[in-house]
Design a protein around this ligand. Structure first.
Ligand code: PMV
Length: 312
């Protein structure tokens, strides 16, 4: 029996979530700990799907999987293949809806696996186009950042509608990612920010301040200034909180990180749950912050060096 695999991983937004939807820049890094693997196996009959929250006929999958189902149908159309005589299994090392871009990674891994199964080459342009189809269904009005990073698989300085810009950095610092254990809701968070921006000048101001902070961060990265980056992360968190996308759990973990020596801490991704990140000067500091976060309710933590080659 023939089996073929496709892989992809999620991302962490260092700076620029939400404001990126309005054309402001964002900086994101691939996050290999959030690995998605899609397996396609030869079978007989209608396509069966096995994934985190569903096992059964692909065409009877629940509404929550509509982005994936539509993506698979589109791929079959492009490859001129029938949707039967193979099964799809999707495995993930992280839970869904944690602000790590798992939906884009699932789409990319599945597209890669299906093209490989049918022995077709898949260009970056076509992969980006396919991932964007499912992201639009899942997120409503996505900036395209998640789709871009799963294609590029390198740190990215991203502006909506512009070509990929790889972003290399080398800071003498450590980044910690902590999972609150709560599902985020990116679609809801993005639409509530839009309501705020549409009705209140303050909303527009927070978004443009967030954009300026990302521009400032470029200089801080160039100067290898981790203290400056920590300060920017704290200002970004204050703006995201003012926009209404933080919550009690994220605020608590941010305070715990800062009280235990982090240079800066903020939510990452859509917010209202999901994950937070913190920056520390040394690995020992990062471990100390990790212990404090786990003792205060974080469900999982990951530590990585702040070097682009360390990230991917
Ligand atoms: O929650 P995630 O990982 O899908 O990230 C969302 C990032 C936003 O800026 C809030 C939305 C977007 O489309 O970029």
């Amino acid at each position: 029996m023939r089996t073929v695999e496709g892989k992809s991983f999620g991302k962490i937004i260092l700076l620029g979530e939400h404001s990126v939807v309005y054309g402001e820049p964002a900086i994101a890094i691939p996050f290999p700990s959030a690995l998605i693997t899609t397996k396609i196996s030869e079978s007989v009959g209608s396509c069966q799907l096995k994934c985190f929250n569903y096992t059964g006929d692909l065409m009877l999958a629940p509404e929550s999987l509509i982005g994936l189902v539509e993506l698979i149908k589109e791929i079959m159309k492009r490859l001129k293949q029938e949707l039967n005589n193979f099964d799809i299994e999707i495995e993930s090392t992280i839970p869904a809806e944690r602000g790590m871009g798992s939906s884009a990674a699932v789409a990319a891994a599945t597209a890669r696996a299906l093209y490989a199964y049918f022995d077709q080459a898949l260009s970056d342009e076509e992969l980006l186009d396919l991932v964007s189809i499912s992201e639009k269904i899942v997120h409503g009005n996505p900036s395209g950042l998640d789709a871009s990073i799963v294609v590029l698989e390198k740190p990215l300085y991203y502006i909506k509608g512009q070509a990929f810009e790889q972003f290399d950095f080398n800071l003498d610092a450590y980044l910690l990612v902590a999972d609150t254990g709560e599902k985020g809701n990116t679609k809801f968070a993005v639409s509530s920010v839009k309501d705020f921006v549409d009705r209140d000048e303050k909303g527009k101001m927070y978004v443009s301040d967030l954009g300026q902070l990302v521009i400032d961060a470029r200089k801080v990265f160039n100067d290898h200034d981790e203290i400056g980056l920590g300060n920017i992360m704290n200002k970004v968190q204050a703006n995201l909180k003012a926009l209404g996308v933080s919550n009690e759990t994220l605020d608590k973990l941010v305070s715990v990180a800062l009280a235990n020596g982090a240079l800066g801490a903020k939510l990452t991704g859509g917010g209202l749950g999901g994950c937070m990140i913190a920056l520390m000067k040394s690995e020992a500091d990062a471990k100390k912050v990790s212990q404090a976060l786990l003792a205060n309710g974080a469900k999982n933590t990951w530590i990585t060096e702040m070097k682009s080659e360390g990230v991917k």
